[in-house]
Ligand binder design. Structure first.
Ligand code: AMP
Length: 276
């Protein structure tokens, strides 16, 4: 595996690569969720490039940028073992040199849900992913369903800006108790990790109710809320939307996205499900 830290070197290497390139942008502290995207990319491309970059521009001023977990050595080993060809590992100054002043904003769908709770988050994501797409020029880019709104924003961005890149979505990888794998799970105490399985359980409950014929969003949200309130979790939002427009739906239809954010202590967890 080649480890590249500068844009200049990455471009040079890219110029020598022929055949399809699958790209997985990450913030590191890798887990099986990231590795399942790598595995999928390996199957579908001749080369796999992974980036690790904790992007300061997608964190709010009171968020966890400075304490976001990092372990470059472990990540490097995991990616080598997974058969990744290139690891792109730029510094913050490499990506945002002094005077950096150009941003990508995907209007509307970036302003609701996570975007409403985390102002500027998707501006940071869209900007860094645009830069990474320009540097790496992949054919396929892999994103996890775990971050459902990020997927919607990326799909809209590549369509609107005509990136010749396919957005491929990987399923959410979970702990045995249903808790979605996340680099941020290390912030949770052992008992919080157990309790946090309630996010998944509440989504399963919603699915069950839907399959039994319940279509009323308010009623489903109420049931989810009741279940979550049996734990120490504090609900930030529960939302039921069209996965493309992210508009709230009063009546649930096929292919509806139910997503939620819940705090355990200071740790904010998100999860979602698409009803089929
Ligand atoms: P992150 O490092 O958190 O920015 O995540 C990098 C990529 O991995 C994003 O596309 C995430 O959606 C995806 N990802 C994160 N957690 C999971 C998971 N549990 N299952 C599948 N994909 C995930």
């Amino acid at each position: 595996m080649q480890i590249i830290t500068t844009i200049r070197e990455m471009r040079k290497l890219r110029g020598t690569m022929s055949g399809s390139i699958g790209f997985i942008p990450t913030m590191g502290y890798l887990h099986e969720g990231h590795l399942s995207l790598v595995e999928q990319a390996k199957k579908e491309n001749e080369h796999v490039v992974v980036s690790i970059f904790v992007n300061p521009k997608q964190f709010g001023p009171n968020e966890d940028f400075s304490r976001y977990p990092r372990d470059e050595q472990r990540d490097t080993e995991l990616l080598k073992k997974a058969g990744v060809d290139v690891l792109f590992l730029p510094t913050v100054d490499e990506i945002y040199p002094e005077g950096f002043d150009t941003y990508v904003i995907v209007e509307n769908i970036s302003q609701v849900l996570e975007g409403e709770k985390r102002p500027g988050h998707f501006k940071g994501v869209a900007t860094v992913v645009t830069k990474l797409f320009n540097i790496i020029q992949p054919d396929n880019a892999y994103f996890g369903q775990k971050d459902a709104q990020q997927v919607s924003v990326m799909k809209k961005m590549v369509t609107d800006l005509q990136f010749p890149i396919k957005i491929v979505v990987g399923i959410t990888i979970r702990e045995p108790n249903g808790l979605a794998k996340s680099s941020r799970n290390v912030y949770l105490t052992e008992s919080e990790q157990k309790e946090a399985a309630v996010l998944f359980r509440s989504l399963q409950l919603a699915l069950e109710k839907f399959q039994k014929g319940e279509k009323d969003s308010i009623k489903i949200k109420k049931e989810m809320k009741k279940l979550i309130q049996t734990t120490s979790g504090s609900i930030d939002y529960i939302s039921i939307v069209d996965p493309e427009t992210l508009k709230e739906l009063d009546i649930i239809k096929k292919d509806t996205l139910i997503s939620l954010a819940v705090y355990f202590g200071k740790t904010r967890l998100i999860d979602n499900i698409i009803l089929h």
